[in-house]
Design a protein around this ligand. Structure first.
Ligand SMILES: O=C(O)CCC(=O)C(=O)O
Ligand SMILES: [Fe+2]
Length: 226
């Protein structure tokens, strides 16, 4: 499932983050690419131990934890510290697949990348190209969202960022380990949860809501891997 989380950050927040990113210490992004991805990656990134990346990343993780649509669709168990990238001058990231498992820097834990996420930090009219193209079972999605919006997609998808031919594209990106590893199971739970929310809003006293809620939690108990 590919799902858009609108307005994860407000306009003023994006502006403040952008001012910090524009003055930041950028490095060749190939330093963090796997052995196949390295040949198709031409962008800049903040170093993982850059204090600015750590501070902004922690804020993003905190915000994700307060975002009901993210919680309901991702069922997050662990979130990798977000990273920051910058594409310009025809910079691109060709077709690649993200690592299945990442070690969390400075911790003894790992994150299985059930979901990948990009948080756009530039508005679409600031650059040409720079679309995130995601291949999933239902074909290709071309994604270019307003600054502050996030796209969530299965970590199992091949994906790429097309060359940025004008302007600069800033983004944050991360990976999420979900309580439910399988994308199709997460989709069913998300649809069921959304239907329960709608029913509760329209018919709060309907007894069927308890049954459906019970089914939701029993499926989550069966399917969760932690
Ligand atoms: O910049 C993006 O939207 C995605 C970046 C990406 O796919 C990656 O760094 O693995
Ligand atoms: Fe990627």
């Amino acid at each position: 499932m590919v799902i858009e989380i609108p307005e994860l950050l407000g306009k003023a927040e994006v502006q403040a983050i952008r001012a910090q990113l524009e003055a930041a210490d950028w490095h060749d992004g190939r330093g963090t690419a796997g052995h196949r991805a390295i040949s198709v990656k031409t962008n800049l990134q903040l170093r993982l131990d850059d204090p600015l990346a750590q501070e902004l990343g922690a804020r993003l993780v905190q915000r994700l934890g307060q975002t009901p649509l993210f919680i309901a669709s991702a069922l997050p168990a662990k979130i990798m510290p977000p990273r920051f990238n910058r594409y310009e001058d025809k910079g691109a990231y060709g077709n690649h697949v993200d690592n299945a498992i990442f070690a969390v820097p400075g911790a003894q834990s790992h994150v299985r990348t059930d979901l990948s996420a990009t948080i756009f930090l530039s508005d679409p009219d600031e650059y040409d190209g720079g679309e995130l193209v995601i291949d999933d079972l239902f074909g290709g999605h071309r994604v270019k969202l307003p600054a502050g919006h996030m796209i969530l997609y299965p970590g199992s998808s091949l994906h790429r960022v097309t060359p940025v031919t004008r302007g600069t594209r800033f983004a944050a990106f991360t990976w999420i380990q979900s309580f439910v590893a399988q994308d199709q199971q997460r989709r069913l739970l998300f649809d069921l949860d959304s239907a329960i929310q709608d029913l509760t809003a329209d018919h709060p006293d309907h007894g069927g809501i308890d049954t459906l809620t019970n089914v939701y939690h029993n499926l989550l108990r069966q399917w969760s891997t932690t």
